[in-house]
Design a protein around this ligand. Structure first.
Ligand SMILES: Cc1cc2nc3c(=O)[nH]c(=O)nc-3n(C[C@H](O)[C@H](O)[C@H](O)COP(=O)(O)OP(=O)(O)OC[C@H]3O[C@@H](n4cnc5c(N)ncnc54)[C@H](O)[C@@H]3O)c2cc1C
Ligand code: SF4
Ligand code: SF4
Length: 1014
């Protein structure tokens, strides 16, 4: 039997019928270029434009799609979060995004420890729902905050805990879905009698499948062949081709086996090539007891790998390796620089060993025994180690971490893959052989051979990390795939490593699957005869090859359909921002490798990406934005390559919150890319009126502040304000900001540092009232006009705490201009500010700011915005530009601000952080500052972006989304706060959004601290 390839030109055959198909679906079918482009990649090196993208809303839609595909011989590519690393969801057919609508948990049965879910349920979200029952779905992946059950089953995913729980396959009880002829079927556990009954059923595709499997695996010769050709039994991670070895391990074919027959064993890891699942029944495990992590430090990877064998004797829950390269990458990552707190010295590798036991005492005892073993030089049982490498040395530091620190280390470990892509330039660590697996005992020798191969034959070094305890290290050679030479190396390395893995009888993929990357090598790995059996399986299930064609069977060459055409010189583009740090704007977009961290939902915490969190559309991810921009800039045509409606479409809902700048493991900075793109787009189309109005905020306010009562009347009188909003394109339901009776500058000119600071009871000051020196207050445009009261309180607070305040004659920050893509204007403002402030601001007399988005421009944008001759000054200034929260926390730490200055009355505060502050600094200084009064308690609301984001939430077409984002976490948290709880929010937009969305008044932390002065 042979597999019919899908129509060579399905576009012609099926394309014409797509509108009719769309009409039959309750969900959506997109065949416009933009959507096809968004689904042309996953997290791999591959790219191919699909024919269409379907977002089925019901099982009936899925059935329609399968019927359509069968009738027109067009491929269907099931897709979850699209985080596959080997190109599993890249292809020319119809991509079926099961995550958009089919994402419901259908049932949880705590007694039977079973859950039934749709394919689009995110693994970690499932576990949030299971936690109250004391249960969890055990298999995990580093991508578990967005990977979906359908995708995990498709790839047979597993993670750090696989040494205890195995892979998804072991937890898949049954699957319901559609066969290639459109019939609905459920595959689950069968006794030998039930299996026989299935084989004796009527002549349907399902019956033919059972009969064929009976013939194939009932044959002793075939079973022997499979036993000999598949990886060693000790290799626990084995995702090479179809899992015939696992399928035959059951009572039907082996009376000695206790297992029932279950086709789920085969479907797990079949990469959507056999079946389209719509309902998954999963086995659940009791939540494990809490535990601790030992981060054992070693001088070399070889030492750590030998130590792995020692660690495994202590029954760890996980045993993962992080090498020096990864630890280096964390230094430059805003988020993970905070998570490398546990590193001591300069280790070549850290072995992260998780111990979980019922009591803390047991965990501590195991940790002591473990450390004692790891400290021994060459433990006796290692003396006979077959490793060709140098004799292993003991570790040198063994910190044990508990509580939240454990999560921080796991976060860092999970970010490994993305972190490494943050290498500047075109030479990147590449997925080729990134998850080869061997028996754990073979790992030191295998890695030594692997390393020697890379160094001696290719002259390249590798990054090693991850699942040491399961015999699998992620190994990623660093080279430039954009060159013809790099492309040759791509194939050559894959071929050499396949031979090496075969020598150890390992698996070419331990967890990531074959996809387009390794599919070509399956025949080599298992041999011709075994491969013929796999072909047979495909032909029985899917005779016309409609399910994910070109994966596992008849995979196209691994070096075709790559994202980057080799030899295609990366075009250079003139920019206003300086993108030198990423070697140009195109490479800044290319940093995104599609790992999809930006698809996590609000339930997973963090800020990135608010638009996706609200809409759950791939189009609204950071990844979509980077992908489209990369495509446009790579294939630049015409005088202005930026003039692209596709980029406009994906950028529309970007709130410029900068969440991606810190939370994306590759630090893709879409806010900056958006501003740059907008500037060039304006160059082609002119600047819209609304953008001019927003950017001209400070100028308008200057005029309005001459008669603030008139302005305030206008923005609050219903008819007038309705007219203003309609004229400006703002949402009718949005309130407009009001002016303060005076501006901060005017107030300061009158009162200076002699404002009503002192209490009446204070004695006249004989000594210097400002013993702690002088600070410069950045009188940003928002504080100056609309939040002058906050500014006044800031001056008074600083005075009372012993600081003289000066407000220099600087200009506005340029934040409003940046948010609207008027980057050249922002650049001029940045130059003035740098020129004005460079001489006066210094470490002892810093520039401090009240509105985070304004003051942080000095740190984030200015150094890359000003001309070359200003860069050094801008960088110097950036170091001394502080949020007022940071300044007060710093001074408190230095002992210059003391608790005694504040009340002892108790208060509860709920704090919502500003996105830019979270991305570029941290909320910790604000928490520290608000916690200065002895009895103030501060709880951080786990909110991301508030949804306002400057003018975004005012804009008519964005108002609804802005509210939706607010409703995710922030509004419910504010509404549920008792009336006497103070709501703190450093951002002016956030405070406005909270007021409009909940009716509650949020205060700047400065206001709270001012009111707390003793
Ligand atoms: C940074 C990074 C780290 C990773 N770490 C791990 C790791 O630790 N462990 C690990 O195992 N993997 C890892 N992966 C790979 C990947 O994230 C996992 O395989 C993940 O489970 C895939 O889930 P997904 O929802 O993105 O699936 P997708 O990539 O969308 O799809 C995966 C496969 O499932 C098929 N599929 C999806 N839905 C269905 C359906 N309804 N019916 C039939 N077939 C379907 C698809 O066709 C495809 O072949 C990592 C990837 C990245 C980018
Ligand atoms: S934008 Fe960042 S987080 Fe999103 S897919 Fe790309 S690399 Fe990953
Ligand atoms: S700036 Fe914010 S909204 Fe825009 S892509 Fe990044 S995380 Fe998403």
């Amino acid at each position: 039997m042979s597999v019919a390839p899908p129509s060579a030109r399905p576009e012609t055959a099926a394309g014409s019928d797509l509108p009719a198909l769309a009409a039959r679906l309750a969900g959506e079918l997109h065949f416009d270029r933009l959507m096809r482009q968004l689904y042309a990649t996953d997290a791999s090196e591959y790219q191919e434009l699909p024919l269409a993208v379907a977002l089925p809303r019901s099982e009936q839609d899925v059935r329609e799609l399968v019927h359509h595909a069968a009738r027109h011989r067009v491929g269907l590519i099931p897709r979850g979060a699209g985080t596959s690393l080997a190109g599993q969801v890249v292809g020319g057919g119809i991509v079926v995004d099961v995550g958009r609508h089919l994402n419901h948990i259908l049932a949880i049965d705590p007694d039977a420890r079973r859950a039934r879910v749709q394919p689009g349920v995110v693994r970690n979200e499932l576990n949030l729902a299971l936690a109250p029952h004391g249960l969890f779905f055990a298999p995990e992946t580093s991508t578990a905050n967005r990977a979906m059950i359908g995708g995990m089953a498709g790839n047979n995913s597993c993670g750090a805990n696989s040494i205890v729980y195995g892979t998804t396959r072991e937890h898949l009880v049954s699957v319901r879905g559609f066969l290639s002829d459109g019939t609905e079927t459920t595959f689950g556990p069968l006794t030998p009698e039930e299996f026989a009954a299935k084989c004796a059923g009527p002549d349907t595709l399902e019956t033919r499948i059972y009969r064929a499997v009976r013939d194939l695996l009932g044959n002793t010769k075939n079973r022997d062949l499979i036993r000999t050709c598949f990886p060693k039994p000790e290799v626990t991670r084995r995702n090479t081709g179809y899992a015939l070895d696992r399928l035959m391990d059951c009572r039907v074919f082996d009376p000695a086996s206790a297992r029932p027959f279950n086709l789920c064993q085969l479907l797990a890891g079949s990469e959507g090539t056999l079946f389209l699942g719509v309902e998954y029944e999963l086995n659940l495990e009791p939540l494990p007891p809490p535990g601790a992590l030992m981060c054992a430090h070693f001088a070399t990877i070889n030492d750590a790998l030998h130590a792995t064998l020692v660690a495994l004797r202590h029954r760890p829950h996980g045993c993962e390796l992080i090498d020096r390269h990864i630890l280096e990458c964390t230094k430059a990552n805003l988020e993970h620089a905070k998570n490398r707190f546990f590193v001591q010295g300069d280790p070549g590798a850290v072995l992260v060993i998780e111990i979980r036991r019922p009591t803390r005492a047991e965990v501590e005892a195991t940790m002591r025994a473990l450390e004692s073993d790891l400290r021994k030089v060459r433990p006796p049982h290692l003396a006979a180690s077959p490793s060709p490498g140098p004799a292993p040395q003991p570790g040198y530091a063994f910190p044990v971490l508990w509580g939240d620190d454990v999560n921080r280390v796991w976060d860092l470990r999970r970010a490994g893959q993305g972190l490494m892509n943050n290498v500047e330039g075109d030479a990147k660590p590449r997925e080729i052989v990134e998850d080869t697996a061997v028996a754990v005992a073979d790992l030191p020798a295998y890695i030594a051979d692997f390393d020697a191969l890379m160094r001696n034959k290719y002259g390249i070094s590798c990054v090693y990390y991850a699942h040491a305890g399961a015999g699998e290290l992620h190994t990623r050679p660093l080279f430039n795939l954009k060159t013809p030479e790099g492309r040759r190396m791509f194939r050559s390395i894959a071929t050499d490593v396949a031979a090496l893995v075969k020598r150890y009888r390992g698996s070419l993929s331990g967890e990531h699957g074959d996809g387009r990357l390794r599919g070509e090598f399956i025949r080599f790995m298992v041999g011709d005869e075994c491969y013929a059996l796999m072909r047979w399986v495909k032909a029985i299930f899917d005779p016309h090859g409609i399910f994910n064609p070109g994966k596992i069977i008849d995979t196209p060459p691994m070096d075709t359909s790559l994202r980057h055409a080799p030899g295609h010189a990366a075009p250079e583009h003139a920019t206003v921002f300086n993108f030198a740090a990423s070697q140009g704007v195109l490479r800044a977009a290319e940093k995104c490798t599609g790992v999809g961290e930006c698809r996590k939902t609000h339930l997973m915490g963090g800020t990135m990406c608010p638009s996706y969190m609200a809409t759950r559309n791939e189009k609204d991810t950071t990844r979509a934005r980077a992908n489209v921009l990369r495509d446009v800039l790579t294939h630049a045509r015409g005088a202005n390559p930026w003039d692209s409606p596709a980029v406009a479409a994906v950028m529309d809902l970007c709130l410029s919150c900068k969440g991606c700048k810190s939370e994306c493991p590759s630090n893709v900075d879409v806010a900056r890319l958006k501003a740059e793109w907008q500037q060039h787009y304006h160059d082609a189309h002119g600047v819209p009126l609304r953008s001019r109005l927003v950017a001209g905020f400070a100028r308008s306010m200057r005029f309005a502040s001459a008669l603030p009562w008139l302005y305030n009347w206008a923005v609050t009188a219903p008819d007038v304000s309705r007219f203003i909003k309609r004229f400006a394109g703002f949402a009718p339901r949005r309130s407009l900001p009001r002016l303060h009776a005076t501006t901060l500058r005017a107030w300061f000119a009158r009162h200076g540092n002699g404002g009503p600071v002192a209490r009446e009871a204070d004695p006249p000051r004989a000594v210097d009232p400002f013993p702690h020196g002088r600070v410069f207050l950045f009188c940003d445009e928002f504080t100056n006009y609309t939040d002058a009261d906050v500014g006044i309180k800031a001056v008074q607070l600083l005075n009372r705490l012993g600081y003289r305040v000066e407000i220099p004659p600087h200009v506005e920050s340029g934040r409003a201009h940046l948010s609207k893509g008027l980057v050249r204007d922002a650049r001029r403002l940045a130059m003035w500010n740098v020129e004005m402030l460079r001489e006066v601001v210094s470490a002892p007399s810093p520039l401090i700011g009240i509105e985070p988005s304004a003051i942080l421009s000095f740190r984030d944008e200015y150094p890359d915005l000003v001309p070359d001759h200003f860069i050094a000054a801008a960088r110097e200034l950036a170091q001394h530009a502080l949020l007022i929260d940071e300044f007060i926390a710093r001074e408190a730490d230095a002992g210059r601000i003391r608790r005694e200055a504040f009340t002892t009355r108790p208060a509860m505060i709920k704090l919502h952080g500003h996105c830019h502050q979270k991305a570029l600094s941290s909320l910790q200084p604000t928490v520290r500052m608000l916690g200065l009064p002895a009895n103030y308690q501060v709880a951080v609301i786990p909110s991301g972006c508030c949804g306002m984001a400057g003018s975004f939430g005012y804009e008519e077409e964005h108002f609804a989304l802005s509210q939706q984002i607010g409703e995710l976490v922030l509004f419910p948290a504010v509404r549920s706060a008792p009336a006497d709880t103070l709501i703190a929010a450093p951002g002016t937009s956030c405070r406005h959004q909270i007021r409009d969305g909940t009716g509650r008044t949020a205060l700047h932390p400065v206001e709270i601290l001012h009111a707390a002065l003793a």
